[in-house]
Write a new protein. Structure first.
Length: 68
């Protein structure tokens, strides 16, 4: 799965820490998601979508390999 979390964060002028505080995770979690090293839970993905007021699929994208 890929994401454009960094793009959305920039659109809102949030630092990683700002976003982490809003969804109650560590800054390291935001960093790991942006680098593709951490796949968020459904709840966390929904929280992110809520913060940015978009659908989850506008932030996260499935890759072909995710279907295997």
């Amino acid at each position: 799965m890929t994401n454009n979390l960094k793009v959305w964060r920039a659109k809102f002028s949030y630092t990683q820490q700002d976003l982490a505080d809003k969804i109650q995770v560590s800054r390291q979690t935001i960093n790991a998601m942006e680098k593709g090293k951490y796949v968020p839970s459904t709840v966390l993905a929904l929280k992110l979508a809520s913060v940015f007021e978009v659908e989850v699929m506008e932030i996260f994208n499935l890759e072909d390999s995710d279907w295997n």
